[in-house]
Design a protein around this ligand. Structure first.
Ligand code: GLC
Length: 471
């Protein structure tokens, strides 16, 4: 007992002294309310610029029209295939939407490996792989003789002029297959399917994962008019008034806009809040110079930011007895899932130390305290700036409708949001503080993007039938 008390006392003493220095060191990554408010206004301006005809070309937030005009009505039905490429897994789903009250949506799915040599190879290899997996899935489902409508969740920025055409603007996250940027991914996939020649597919809709998430939640809650992903990457979509979208004809009604907010700051406008560590991970990334906002927030990058800070703290003699081990020099060792584990309140310091040791980082208990503090600072910054972006989106919807008060639901998905012990709480609190006139309900979407793609496909099928009747 006495030993335990002594130990606790020792840690507290140590914490106070060391943490003061560390606190000072991490100061530039802690934002005041004013900074967050300012960030929210800057983001709102950038959204306006993305929507404007004359300003879109230079805006960093591209505000891509999705040609999804309504949230589901709940009356959709049919048998669909959904492909989900670009999140943490490549998945194929069979989604049956019925009018059954108890279980309106039934899904069966399979995850397929997408090895690095495929996502970094040629575009035709990538789409051949997708077509092969789809063939395998249809075989297993015994539906190779059917031509089912397919919804394609493709979680990258795409320029669309209709639901079933999507030109990849640029790869983001881990993907870098050649010859796809500037091409219509529906054409590429159709070509790969035709090359096989053993089954047919009718690709009806290409959908961003944010849009799929919004649609899935919208099926259960008609007030869901925003979708957000906080996972490997981050992005948001929302229902905008058509009269504000200069790049699409028409003034009546609304259309879902894929903001592609990850690119916010790519013109240098976030330099005042970025740090040397952010610049360092940018330099070492697959796509230097772009996705500035995303690189400060999403799961693909947070662990790397922590690693950069740990290297610097070691160089300064604060950590690991000043010794930079080979492990610490290894890019990617500090995965974001370790951040989640280390920050868990249920974990005692000795367990944090055990995790670091598992990672090959020979740490003392003092080291564990500091590492935990670094992780907390990096994830809090991410949650707050992400919250500032979300606050701008919901407040824009409120202003669009001339309301003093808006009630809105946001569909959310993504591993970081779901698995991190504090991210969602800090994110939601920031939205509340920055957008006090909006009453926001956050709805977690399960299997969101695939199911959403099927729902959009259902809406697309209905539209196609109507068009056929009219002509
Ligand atoms: C990246 C993609 C975007 C996607 C997001 C979440 O930011 O560019 O399209 O929605 O990741 O997966």
């Amino acid at each position: 007992m006495i030993a335990a008390q002594l130990l606790a006392y020792y840690f507290t003493e140590l914490k106070d002294d060391q943490l003061k220095k560390i606190d000072k060191y991490l100061f530039s990554m802690r934002f005041s309310d004013d900074t967050l408010k300012d960030l929210m206004s800057r983001f709102k301006r950038e959204m306006e610029a993305g929507l404007g005809r004359d300003t879109n070309a230079t805006a960093t937030v591209k505000m891509l029209p999705t040609f999804v005009r309504s949230i589901p009505q709940g009356s959709e039905k049919g048998d669909f295939i959904a492909l989900d490429l670009g999140g943490s897994n490549f998945r194929i789903l069979r989604v049956k939407v019925t009018q059954d009250k108890k279980q309106p949506v039934q899904m069966e799915s399979q995850v397929y490996e997408t090895p690095d040599d495929i996502i970094h190879g040629s575009g035709s290899q990538l789409f051949d792989h997708v077509a092969d997996c789809l063939g395998d899935f249809m075989e297993k489902q015994n539906i190779k003789d059917k031509k089912l409508p397919v919804g394609f969740t493709f979680s990258f920025p795409c320029a669309q002029t209709k639901l079933d055409e999507a030109v990849l603007v640029t790869w983001t996250k881990k993907f870098k297959a050649s010859g796809v940027e500037g091409a219509d991914v529906v054409k590429l996939l159709n070509k790969a399917i035709q090359k096989r020649g053993d089954y047919e597919a009718d690709i009806m809709a290409v959908v961003n994962d944010t849009v799929g998430t919004m649609m899935t939640c919208g099926f259960d809650d008609q007030r869901c008019e925003v979708g957000i992903i906080i996972g490997t990457g981050t992005n948001a979509c929302y229902m905008e008034e058509l009269r504000h979208i200069d790049l699409v004809e028409g003034d009546e009604g609304r259309m879902c806009i894929n903001t592609e907010w990850g690119a916010f700051g790519d013109d240098g406008s976030l330099e005042d809040i970025r740090t040397e560590f952010d610049r360092e991970i940018d330099r070492g990334s697959l796509n230097p110079g772009v996705c500035s906002f995303e690189k400060m927030i999403s799961g693909m990058y947070l662990g790397e930011i922590v690693r950069q800070i740990l290297i610097d703290l070691t160089k300064r003699g604060f950590l690991f007895r000043g010794q930079i081990s080979e492990t610490l020099k290894t890019r990617g060792i500090f995965e974001t899932k370790f951040l989640s584990q280390i920050e868990s309140d249920r974990l005692a310091l000795l367990q944090v130390r055990a995790i670091l040791q598992q990672l090959g980082l020979d740490s003392t208990c003092d080291d564990s305290i500091i590492v935990k503090e670094v992780c907390g600072t990096v994830s809090r910054r991410a949650a707050q700036i992400c919250g500032a972006g979300m606050a701008a989106v919901v407040d824009k919807i409120r202003e669009n409708r001339g309301l003093d008060h808006l009630e809105v639901t946001v569909g959310v998905d993504g591993t970081l949001y779901k698995l991190h012990p504090h991210f969602s709480r800090i994110f939601q609190q920031t939205v509340k503080d920055l957008a006090p006139k909006c009453d926001v309900t956050f709805l977690l979407s399960e299997d969101g993007s695939g199911k959403g793609a099927a729902l959009i496909t259902a809406v697309g099928c209905r539209q196609r039938e109507l068009d056929a009747q009219q002509h």
